[in-house]
Design a binder for this molecule. Structure first.
Ligand code: SAM
Length: 219
């Protein structure tokens, strides 16, 4: 659950749902959502609406700014001769046509091959490379664990996952105000590797305070 949105809604409404009106939501969060039956449902609906608004209309990318997790990945991934690559949260799908056999998924960007979230993506295919570049970074620890687990399920045994993660740095634009950036750190990267039986192949400081790391799924 998005804790920033929850705290705002609870503080304002004191659990009186009649106070959570459409004008209040629009004025406070800048989005519109359908009527909900519980505060938790409102938090979820507002969170999704804020992510959708920001990533479909306001977020901009410059793939050239990343030292390791931008253009450098093209040769790095192609050198693995992948049969199938999944770009999770692909944004503008900038690796399409540059990395071989790549499918980009993203729930909020119409440049994706499939406009769908990590947990909602349905396929029988397995991937030998999965890239999660700044996209498994929103919401609670539980949400992050579910999304990583889903990616591990989609990865072939022996397959490789490339990550760029944000240590919790808020994006500057006002439209990102209510997005909860999960604060990734090195101990958590290692904890996940133990939890999901992954080998950590590399961890580096990327540009802009981000961490770049690579996991391999142990056979
Ligand atoms: C910081 S951007 C990074 C985009 C791209 N990977 C890149 O490196 O340029 C984060 C992306 O994650 C996407 N995203 C947000 N929630 C997601 C989810 N549940 N599943 C998949 N992608 C998601 C956003 O729509 C956005 O395109």
């Amino acid at each position: 659950m998005n804790k920033k949105i929850f705290a705002q809604l609870l503080g304002y409404s004191q659990n009186d749902l009649d106070k959570v009106t459409r004008p209040y939501i629009l004025e406070t969060f800048g989005v519109e959502v359908a009527r909900c039956d519980t505060l938790e449902q409102y938090v979820e609906a507002i969170d999704v609406a804020c992510l959708h608004k920001y990533f479909s209309k306001y977020w901009e990318n410059d793939i050239k700014k990343w030292k390791y997790s931008g253009l450098a990945l093209i040769d790095e991934v192609n050198s693995l001769r992948p049969r199938a690559v999944l770009d999770v949260g692909c944004g503008y799908n900038e690796f399409k046509g540059k990395i071989n056999n790549l499918i980009g998924i993203d729930p909020y960007n119409d440049k994706a091959d499939h406009e769908v979230g990590t947990l909602e993506y349905r396929t029988d295919q397995k991937f030998d490379v999965i890239m999660c570049l700044g996209s498994i970074n929103f919401g609670s620890r539980d949400k992050i664990l579910s999304e990583i687990g889903r990616c591990v399920d989609l990865l072939e045994d022996g397959g490789t996952m490339f990550f760029r993660v944000n240590p919790g740095v808020q994006h500057n634009k006002p439209e990102a105000k209510w997005i909860e950036f999960f604060a990734w750190n090195v101990p958590f990267i290692i904890e996940l590797s133990e939890m999901f039986n992954l080998k950590v192949l590399d961890i580096r400081d990327d540009s802009n305070q981000r961490k770049y790391f690579i996991y391999r799924k142990v056979k």
